[in-house]
Every structure is written in structure tokens, then in C-alpha cells.
Ligand binder design. Structure first.
Ligand code: KIV
Length: 268
């Protein structure tokens, strides 16, 4: 695979109408496989709180945990741009404080960018970071860190008033210097309108086909996460079934005494 995807390259892809492909990654081995599959952006999402840690939502995830996973993903990625979520609590407060957290992420993990949730309310923070050349991906619509404010993982941007708010959020983060924006859990027509209005790429998840790119949580795409199953997920593999079958076969062979065979041992 050629050299690493860059911020200017993502802008060029939007202008050329070339769709951007993104998946979440949390560890070295998976990151390596996704990278070899030609993914453009590996997102170290704080969804790891749910799919890796088994938490109810993303709120308990810490900055140290994000850095730990982002470092592993970065070691597996030759081609994809690696972007790491700033977890709940790390992007609140003054720009300098958020900058310190974001600098730690880039320095300690080696990834190329951070992502943070929020529109108008985060625009000033995004500007603080981007003016200091720290690449920021934004995230608006159904922002999972706001789960308690929304009263659950609920679709956003329905109705004129809410739609106007999402549009305003997307425009604010683009104007503040974000290099791309995730549009999550909003009506497809609204996502298409946002995409047409913005000069930066939009990456959709549960936002229809009119975005400049798409992202899915890899554990959903691969059928490995058996918790909440949002309607927008398409499973490209029944990974859970495949793993149960493989480990079940291993267990049977151990119990029958047919594994290990002579070929798995060492000569004296
Ligand atoms: O945390 C995450 O995985 C995300 C994606 C769902 C966009 O933010």
C-alpha cells in the first residue's frame, strides 16, 4: 500500500467525489488487517468502552486508555490516517487544557489526529487546537458522550428546528478548522444537505449514503459485538459465530485428547 493518507488527500477525495472509508480499531492485529484492506481512516473510538470493556456507554473511558489503544493501532497502520477520540471529560474546559490532552495523544501514541464530539459548543476549542496545527476531526448529531442529555442513543436532527441545529453545528466545526466531521444518527436528507454545504469531508454513520464517506464500529461490521445493534449497522461477517465454532472445536479436541498432535510438539 502507498504512503499514509493525509489531511489534504481527504479534502482532495471529497472534491473528486471519491468516497472515504473508515472503521474503528482498538488493537495492533486488527488495525493491521483493516489497513491492509485499504481503509483510509482508522478511528480509535471511545466506543472501545462498550465493545472492549463491556461498559454501558462511552463515558467511563479515560485518556490513558485511549492513548494505550491508539499506540497499538498506530503500530499496525502503514497507510491509514489514525485518529483518536478525546474521551468524555478530556475536551471540556479551556483550550489549553484540551490542547494538553490532545498533545499527549499525538506524542504518546504516534497517531495523526484527534476527534472530539460537539458542534457550536466545541467550536472555540476546535479553533484553539487547529490554529496550533493540531488536526481535529469533529463529530455532530448523535454524539454518544451526550447519551444522558439525549435520554438514550436517539436519532438527532428530526424536524426543522433540530435539523437547523445540526446544520449550524456542522458549519461551526468546519469554520473552526476541523478537517472532517462525523455525522452520526441523523436523517439522510439532512446529512446530504450538510455534505453539500461543507467544504470539508463528512463521514456518516447512520446518516445515509449522501456523505463523503462512511464509518462503522468494526466490532459491529464483523459481528463481534452482540450488545446494542443499531439499525444502521450492516454485518459483513458473523464473527461471533465463527469464533464460538473455532474455540468450541479446540475445546472438543483438547477434551478428546486429539490436540495437540505429534506435529505440534518438539523432538527430544
Ligand atoms: O467511538 C466511536 O467509535 C465513534 C464512531 C461511532 C464514529 O465515535
Amino acid at each position: 500500500m502507498s504512503s499514509r493518507v493525509t489531511l489534504p488527500e481527504l479534502g482532495r477525495m471529497k472534491r473528486a467525489g471519491q468516497r472515504i472509508v473508515s472503521v474503528t480499531a482498538y488493537d495492533y492485529s486488527m488495525a493491521r488487517l483493516f489497513d491492509q484492506a485499504g481503509v483510509d481512516i482508522l478511528l480509535v473510538g471511545d466506543s472501545l468502552g462498550m465493545v472492549i470493556q463491556g461498559q454501558e456507554n462511552t463515558l467511563p473511558v479515560t485518556l490513558d486508555q485511549m492513548i494505550y489503544h491508539a499506540a497499538a493501532v498506530t503500530r499496525g497502520a502503514q497507510h491509514a490516517l489514525v485518529t483518536c477520540d478525546l474521551p468524555f471529560g478530556a475536551c471540556h474546559g479551556a483550550g489549553e487544557r484540551v490542547m494538553d490532552a490532545a498533545v499527549r495523544v499525538l506524542k504518546e501514541s504516534g497517531c495523526q489526529a484527534v476527534k472530539l464530539e460537539g458542534g457550536v459548543r466545541m467550536a472555540e476549542t476546535i479553533r484553539y487546537l487547529t490554529e496550533r496545527h493540531l488536526p481535529v476531526m469533529a463529530h455532530v448529531g448523535l454524539t454518544p458522550q451526550s447519551v444522558h442529555v439525549f435520554g438514550g442513543f436517539k436519532v438527532q436532527g428530526r424536524g426543522e428546528e433540530q435539523a437547523a441545529r445540526v446544520l449550524e453545528d456542522a458549519e461551526a466545526v468546519a469554520e473552526a478548522g476541523a478537517f472532517a466531521v462525523i455525522l452520526e444518527g441523523i436523517p439522510a436528507t439532512l446529512a446530504s444537505e450538510v455534505t453539500a454545504r461543507l467544504a470539508i469531508p463528512t463521514i456518516g454513520i447512520g446518516a445515509g449514503a449522501g456523505c463523503d464517506g462512511q464509518v462503522l464500529v468494526s466490532y459491529d461490521l464483523l459481528g463481534l459485538f452482540e450488545g446494542i445493534q443499531p439499525r444502521f449497522v450492516k454485518r459483513y461477517l458473523e464473527g461471533g459465530e465463527a469464533i464460538r465454532e473455532a474455540v468450541g472445536r479446540f475445546a472438543r479436541e483438547v477434551r478428546e485428547g486429539t490436540f495437540p498432535g505429534p506435529e505440534h510438539g518438539f523432538d527430544p
